[in-house]
Ligand binder design. Structure first.
Ligand code: HEM
Length: 286
């Protein structure tokens, strides 16, 4: 995030309201004039519904930006052995995600025919190219190398995504934190990506069950694990709501990004960021 380096308002410092606030106003602080210039329709004359389409995507991107900012802090807090502070910021992320899940439904007020009025002009732009969405996925541990291909012509995004891809995920850092507190969590063998089960997962699940078997003893870690699972569940809920709205608007037409559309989006519904945290529930007993 950027900030003013001098600590002094750009607008000067003589003011009837106090030093440093001369001409600061709501509009100038938030750069509302500049913000309102950023919705440029492709349709000409502008289709009535294109501003909705642009603004809803821009709003998502702004929230993704904040989510990434908070996730970076969550990682730092876990590395600093501060699970409570990590949980504090995870709660904010979870609340933002709840807004993001619900927000997609605004698009249902656009009729399928109205969308066709400008859809062709968007080709080949697609949600596939949302680098910030992919950054969130990579941080959460969902990493498919083929997703990087969509950024071959976008050097800055590609570099950032490559860094996120190579960095430890939220789950990795959480497990590192637990290991420093005596938990034995053998790393994934990687065999599961080849179709077989990960033999180390049983050992990890048995260890992670302690968080739920003795929640008072491990309350901070238990709460952090639950917020991570909230994030996972809300990403899944976003996917479910998004694909439902997509089907309602374009049916089974292919996507502008070249996928088969709804079929592809449905195939993403089984993705889990924290599979151990989901699986351990099956093995809990009284
Ligand atoms: C009329 C509204 C929308 C339609 C018809 C639509 C359609 C699609 C389709 C068909 C795909 C599959 C990729 C492709 O072939 O293009 C996709 C992916 C995606 N869309 Fe949308 N979308 C809409 C709104 C949104 C909004 C508001 C967002 C907000 C961020 C969004 C974010 C994404 C993302 C991130 C992906 C990639 C998902 C993944 O790979 O798991 N979409 N969309």
């Amino acid at each position: 995030m950027t900030s003013e380096s001098s600590g002094k308002s750009k607008e000067g410092s003589n003011s009837e309201y106090g030093a440093g606030h001369t001409s600061l106003s709501y509009n100038s602080y938030l750069m509302v004039d500049q913000l309102k210039e950023l919705q440029v329709c492709k349709s000409d004359p502008a289709h009535h519904d294109e501003p909705l389409f642009i603004i809803i995507h821009q709003t998502y991107e702004l929230w993704f930006k904040l989510i990434l900012h908070e996730l970076d802090t969550v990682v730092s807090m876990m590395r600093a052995n501060n699970p409570r502070r990590a949980t504090f910021y995870m709660r904010r992320i979870v609340q933002i995600m709840r807004v993001l899940v619900n927000q997609i439904h605004i698009l249902e007020t656009m009729s399928p025919k109205d969308f066709l009025g400008f859809r062709n002009l968007l080709n080949p732009a697609s949600g596939f190219q949302s680098s910030q969405f992919r950054e969130v996925e990579f941080m959460a541990g969902l990493r498919e190398p083929r997703m990087l291909e969509h950024f071959a012509k976008d050097e800055a995004s590609f570099k950032m995504l490559q860094r996120r891809f190579d960095d430890p995920s939220l789950g990795d850092v959480f497990y590192e934190l637990l290991r420093t507190h005596g938990f034995t969590l053998p790393p994934s063998t990687g065999t599961e990506s080849g179709g077989g089960p990960d033999p180390n997962q049983v050992a990890r699940i048995n260890e992670l069950k302690k968080l739920y078997d003795e929640p008072d003893k491990y309350l901070d870690f238990h709460d952090l694990a639950e917020r991570l699972l909230d994030l996972d569940e809300l990403i899944l809920l976003w996917r479910t709501h998004h694909v439902t709205v997509v089907e309602r608007i374009i049916g089974f037409k292919p996507g502008t990004g070249g996928s088969e559309g709804v079929g592809y989006l449905r195939s993403t519904l089984n993705k889990k960021c924290f599979p151990d945290l989901w699986q351990l529930r099956t093995y809990l007993t009284l």
